[in-house]
Design a protein around this ligand. Structure first.
Ligand code: PLP
Length: 391
């Protein structure tokens, strides 16, 4: 396969100014990432700061309810409450070794912004975070947290004042100052080499998972289920299993209230190939190629594109795409609370809901792993509003 391509997806659809910065990043990653020194420092940070390895938990009560064995890969226990820190630490360390002084990024709900300023502080880099003005209003408490940690917040008024506009603004800023600044992309999206770099840093999830399931079950799982939009937690879990043809892989998107509803984010059902933020991938778009924003209640599932690698894996059939609807998602939250005493992030609850609602996909002697991408503390208000509204 051509470098930076996953089948027809991927590539580097950016202005000439950015090509230089991307090639510099590609070369630095290829030179620095495999070295023993980098691997040691990265894994030390993941362990001592992040809390890795995260446990693989056999969810007995939940398993009894669904009728087959379900394990949870506990990324909710990573420092910060989701898988996002794996990638932020990796890229911040890489940026430091490249001699950069400053990190920029964008965030919607604030989870990736928080992970970035945490990693920036550890590596001694200044952090600036671009955020749509609508998102700043909606996520006031995470904005305060990021400021407390020392991040500078840059409000983005252009477009609809949401995530996709903040990404465009960050790319523009990067073009102007890439000599001193690294753009810490938060998911397996954007131009090459970002999708490859982010998946490499997140693969620690799947590497641990493989070892842990072999210890606990003496065999590989029958299926791994992950939620996603850009695809970083899913690819992190899937990558070490791509060649293991007997392991079924499921990628679950935000279905919204229904597939016809305004808030649906089921891009593999509703989208088509197009270019977004420098990469060819499956995107939600109208007939003119304008991006169709989605508004699922799980903020982390609202990016309108599916990264090039997950787009390719779904197209070839190696990964099966699916979606969960809002009612199913909140039911999944309730069941996870009652059976295991865990409040999942709304994103994560999509993977849980899919397992609950697709008995035809699983057999009684199956071993299924849910990549439990994050905890639900950030979503408490939304969850309570839903249950009180519908009660
Ligand atoms: C951000 C986020 C996601 C979605 O991002 P991916 O890059 O597709 O993994 C999923 N779950 C949680 C908890 C998140 O914070």
């Amino acid at each position: 396969m051509q470098k930076g391509r996953f089948g027809r997806y991927g590539g580097m659809y950016v202005s000439e100014i950015l090509v230089q910065a991307l090639l510099e990043l590609e070369a630095a990653f290829e030179r620095i990432y495999p070295t023993e020194e980098f691997q040691r420092e990265f894994h030390e940070l993941l362990r001592d700061y992040g809390g890795r390895p995260t446990p693989l938990y056999y969810a007995r009560n939940f398993s009894r309810r669904v009728g087959f064995k379900v394990y949870l890969k506990r990324e909710d226990l990573l420092c910060g409450g989701s898988h996002k820190l794996n990638n932020a630490l990796g890229q911040a360390l890489l940026a430091k070794k490249m001699g950069k002084k400053r990190l920029i990024t964008e965030t919607a709900a604030g989870q990736h912004g928080l992970a970035t300023v945490m990693a920036g502080n550890i590596c001694g880099l200044k952090t600036e975070i671009f955020m749509g003005i609508k998102d700043i209003e909606r996520q006031a408490s995470n904005v305060e947290r990021m400021k407390l940690l020392g991040a500078k917040i840059k409000p983005v008024k252009s477009g609809a004042g949401v995530l996709k506009d903040a990404v465009s603004e960050t790319l523009r800023e990067w073009a102007a100052c890439s000599r001193t600044t690294h753009y810490l992309v938060g998911s397996t999206v954007g131009p090459h080499p970002f999708p490859t770099i982010v998946a490499a840093f997140q693969s620690v999830i799947g590497q641990e998972l493989k070892k842990q399931i072999l210890e606990k079950e003496g065999r590989l799982p029958d299926a791994i289920v992950a939620c996603g939009s850009g695809g970083s937690n899913a690819l992190g879990a899937f990558r070490p299993f791509l060649e293991e043809r007997d392991v079924r892989l499921y990628f679950i998107e935000g279905g919204g209230e229904s597939l016809g509803a305004e808030n649906s984010a089921a891009a593999f059902k509703l989208g088509s190939p197009g270019v977004l933020h420098g990469s060819l991938m499956v995107v939600m778009q109208d007939e003119w190629g304008q991006i169709r924003p989605s508004r699922t209640r799980a903020a982390g599932l609202n990016y309108p594109g599916r990264g090039p690698e997950i787009s390719y894996l779904c197209e070839t059939g190696r990964v099966k795409p699916g979606h969960a609807l809002d009612d199913e998602v909140f039911e999944a939250v309730r069941l996870m609370c009652r059976t295991e005493g865990l409040i999942p992030a709304l994103e994560t609850a999509h993977a849980v809901a899919y397992v609950l609602n697709h008995p035809e996909e699983f057999k009684p002697d199956d071993v299924v792993v849910i990549n439990y991408s994050g905890r639900g503390d950030k979503d408490i208000e939304t969850i309570l509003r839903y249950f009180h509204g519908s009660a």
